[in-house]
Design a binder for this molecule. Structure first.
Ligand code: HEM
Length: 311
């Protein structure tokens, strides 16, 4: 690097700035991604099997309270729930034990991520922004997807609109390392499956549906009774990759039931509440550690930039 070359922006700042630029406009107070959301309260009751995998305190016998935020992808806070740009939906939640111990899980409704590394994700964002209508082929985005088959696979995965947030599954994608009482460690990937079963809407059934369909439906459903999900750990077999969220582990891997999530109450002033809360993918506890997946640290650094920027 010569003395006249511009200083390289650190990766987390570059990711945040590029996401802001991609939105085209700023919505004060809103998240730059997953901007449309709603906050709920609930509880988590661990299963007896959870403690066989880890000494992590929220996975022993004591129930935790949960603060959960359901969200749509994208930087537009009023994006219609049926818009393709909102299709990657999020579920993030904080476990809080009676003694104040906390950890978070952040999940999306797709079992893999779009790029292998945060650097590739930045390149994808930039390629998307550099692609303008009417450009001659191959466009920057087509070039990126041509060179990154894992990203093309993600783009082509069906992402149907669910019947309800209560009929959608969510995946934390990255591997975490659990340690049990004997000191043995295992890599797992966390997922949430709906007690009601999964159910989706056909593309032909979306026309004319109201823009807040899924958020309105969830509020009504929770008012009638708790919405439940099962939290599961998919346990890695020897040799499974633990640092690349574009590679799903085979579906025949052991799934351990960790317990039941009950979503019990919509937070009355969700807009105020969601501004004050934020989640992190790397909040370790005894018995719960991050893997070498490079996204975990980089994402935490991006969220540490994003949170104060929207206060
Ligand atoms: C380098 C890759 C990524 C970047 C740069 C990124 C960036 C962001 C940013 C800036 C926000 C808004 C945060 C805030 O204002 O509090 C956000 C929200 C979110 N992200 Fe990511 N993200 C990345 C990868 C992922 C992955 C892999 C997942 C899923 C495992 C994920 C799940 C979420 C969820 C669920 C939210 C909404 C959280 C909430 O409801 O408060 N992100 N992301």
């Amino acid at each position: 690097q010569t003395a006249t070359a511009p200083a390289t922006e650190p990766l987390p700042q570059a990711l945040y700035d590029t996401m802001v630029a991609g939105n085209g406009r700023v919505f004060p107070g809103a998240r730059v991604n997953h901007a449309k959301g709603a906050v709920y309260e609930g509880s988590f009751t661990p299963s007896a099997d959870a403690a066989t995998l880890t000494v992590a305190p929220h996975l022993q016998s004591t129930p935790s309270t949960l603060v959960l935020r359901f969200s749509n992808a994208g930087g537009v806070p009023d994006v219609p729930d049926t818009a393709p740009s909102s299709a990657v939906r999020g579920l993030a939640f904080t476990f809080r034990l009676p003694d104040g111990t906390e950890t978070d899980l952040m999940m999306i409704n797709v079992p893999v991520f779009v790029t292998r590394t945060p650097q590739d994700f930045l390149a994808l964002l930039k390629a998307g922004q550099a692609t303008k209508p009417g450009m001659p082929a191959p466009t920057p985005i087509a070039q990126f997807l041509g060179a990154h088959p894992e990203a093309l696979r993600f783009v082509q995965l069906p992402k149907p609109v669910p019947e309800s947030f209560a009929t959608e599954r969510f995946f934390a994608l990255h591997a975490y390392r659990l340690t049990d009482a004997a000191g043995a460690t295992r890599f797992v990937r966390f997922r949430v499956v709906p007690a009601a079963g999964t159910a989706y809407r056909g593309a032909e059934a979306l026309a004319g549906l109201p823009p807040d369909l899924l958020f309105d439906e969830l509020r009504t459903r929770v008012a009638m009774g708790p919405v439940r999900y099962r939290l599961q750990a998919q346990v890695a077999a020897p040799g499974d990759v633990t640092d690349d969220p574009t590679i799903a582990w085979p579906e025949d891997r052991r799934l351990v039931e960790l317990g039941t999530i009950s979503v019990t109450r919509a937070v009355p002033d969700s807009a105020m509440a969601e501004r004050r809360i934020g989640f992190l993918p790397n909040r370790e506890l005894p018995g719960l550690a991050v893997s070498a997946d490079p996204f975990l640290g980089t994402r935490a650094d991006v969220y540490a930039i994003a949170f104060p920027a929207r206060q």
